[in-house]
Design a protein around this ligand. Structure first.
Ligand code: HC1
Ligand code: SF4
Length: 508
């Protein structure tokens, strides 16, 4: 089903069954890949096809599973109030069947508490017994401390979701009001993680093109901005580690840039900065604790300094506003601070499953050919939507044919990894986001439908693509603030400075 398009580019949506040949995966599940059909109302009403078990159209909860997942008391992302738990087993359903984590122990170790911190269970729990770990007090204390400079960064997916809590129609982009609300509760500066997403693309696309030209490099490169996926892979598929992109996630890059570049430019003592990331994600709380995310400490030779000090979910941020009786709907729009506040459309689409890879190939095309990407690459339709696994084939002049894939939900990531291990994977670049839909439906987003429904995901996805299409600049390499940081601070992608501050390494 390859469709020839102009400028020598071919996009295709190939049957996944071809690759599934010798593997024990079912045609029904793989049929999600590339089918491109809208979900039926029946699917959209209940489990949305993310679970194999049957749900009725009212979204009722199944009764066949009883019990609950174990949560380590030291888990940085999720916790449970046992008084509220009704032992319905919903957390087991999503953890076992959507994420393939619960029950998937690595032999011979048994009875360990495995959690990849995605937080999807907080969306499926009908009584909200499972929630994110509450870190709001740390932020209140920082905001009240006159010696601290408190800086927020906001993830791409928050602005199309937080409005749900304030009476906006699902999928309303409330970016300006979100920034205003952060200033209202006392943040000194507001940076945009979307800017850092453009920075991630500069590094990741450069890394990708470099690997495409290097016959000794691993054949496939995985995106690594989803920490739940990174942890999943480290635990279940450590043999994939050489395939990881070493480019840090936008959250992590922004953390490093705030305490180095931004602090220097603004004349702020980095040790006074409290860096707060507002994320749609429970796993980002875990990511910020990872030992290796200490670039600012290395740069300033200040052991103990962390790149990110606190991560709040969208829900926690919303709770903080409610505590202060701030009605988001009534605020006047405000702008992000400069230097770290301007993003291209490519930075925005990170919020959606398929967005990271689309942003990356836009810039990879430019880096490989010296020409701007044509329309079929700019709007890479085959990677849009809620299919579990999506594919595209690009024909890049000078590079040749490049096959890419996207997986959403860790059950689908598991299939990708199994195909690679079986020698049946043709892809040079693979994006995985742990949450079905991507970060727009992350484990820290408002519980706007319980369990999560595709009608909500679709509205948010649509809102994000609409923003991208409306942007004057849609390519990370054309973002003026990104050009500026390379001219004034980093040199060029993959430079020594960039390697120190923007790249990381993983160990199983
Ligand atoms: Fe995401 Fe990302 S897209 S991982 O979902 O790469 O959380 O929104 O902030 O870091 O940019 C989350 C969202 C987010 C990072 C970016
Ligand atoms: Fe977090 Fe996004 Fe990954 Fe979900 S998909 S765990 S929200 S980074």
């Amino acid at each position: 089903m390859a469709e020839k398009v102009k400028k020598g580019i071919t996009l295709s949506r190939r049957s996944f069954l071809k690759f599934a040949g010798g593997l024990s995966v079912t045609g029904a599940v793989l049929g999600l890949a590339g089918c491109g059909k809208p979900l039926t109302p029946e699917k959209a009403a209940g489990g949305d096809g993310w679970l194999p078990t049957q749900y009725d159209n009212r979204g009722d909860f199944p009764t066949q599973v009883k019990g609950r997942i174990s949560i380590d008391p030291k888990n940085p992302s999720i916790t449970r109030d046992d008084q509220k738990c009704i032992l319905c087993g919903q957390c087991i359903e999503v953890c076992q069947n959507v994420q393939t984590v619960y029950g998937y122990y690595k032999l011979p170790i048994k009875n360990e508490t495995i959690c990849v911190n995605c937080g999807q269970c907080t969306h499926w729990c009908p009584t909200a017994a499972i929630t994110e770990v509450d870190d709001t007090q740390k932020v209140w204390e920082a905001l009240a401390d006159p010696d601290k400079i408190v800086i927020a960064q906001t993830a791409p997916a928050i602005r199309v979701a937080i409005g749900d809590d304030y009476g906006f129609p699902i999928g309303t982009n409330v970016e300006g009001k979100m920034v205003a609300a952060l200033r209202e509760i006392g943040f000194d500066y507001v940076a945009d993680t979307n800017w850092a997403a453009d920075l991630t693309i500069m590094e990741e696309a450069s890394e990708h093109v470099h690997r495409l030209k290097d016959p000794t490099a691993p054949y496939t490169m995985f995106t690594t901005c989803c920490p739940a996926w990174v942890k999943f892979m480290e635990y279940y598929y450590p043999e994939m580690i050489p395939k990881y992109s070493t480019s840090k996630s936008p959250q992590a890059m922004m953390g490093a840039m705030i305490k180095t570049y931004f602090a220097e430019k603004k004349g702020i003592d980095p040790s006074k900065i409290v860096s707060v990331a507002v994320m749609p994600c429970a796993a980002k709380k875990y990511e910020c604790t990872r030992e290796e995310l200490n670039s600012a400490a290395k740069y300033h030779n200040k052991p103990g300094m962390r790149d990110i000090d606190v991560v709040l979910t969208t829900r926690e941020f919303s709770e903080m506003l409610k505590m202060k009786k701030i009605d988001l709907a009534k605020l006047q729009d405000s702008d992000f601070d400069n230097l770290v506040g301007e993003a291209s459309g490519a930075g925005y689409i990170f919020a959606n499953s398929g967005g990271v890879i689309e942003a990356a190939v836009r810039t990879a095309y430019f880096l490989a050919t010296g020409e701007q990407p044509p329309a079929v690459v700019l709007d890479l339709q085959p990677v849009h939507g809620l299919q579990g696994i999506k594919e595209a084939t690009l024909e890049i002049p000078g590079i040749g044919e490049e096959k890419i894939a996207v997986a959403q939900g860790l059950n689908n990531a598991r299939k990708i990894c199994d195909m690679i291990n079986a020698g049946q994977a043709p892809w040079r670049l693979v994006e995985v986001m742990a949450c079905p839909g991507g970060c727009i439906s992350g484990g820290g987003q408002p519980r706007s439908s319980v369990p999560p429904q595709d009608r909500v995901r679709e509205k948010r996805i649509e809102a994000v693509y609409k923003i991208d299409k409306s942007m004057r600049i849609r390519l990370s390499h054309e973002n003026p603030e990104i050009k500026k940081i390379y001219t004034e601070f980093l040199g060029q992608p993959l430079s020594e400075e960039a390697e120190l501050l923007l790249h990381t390494h993983y160990v199983p």
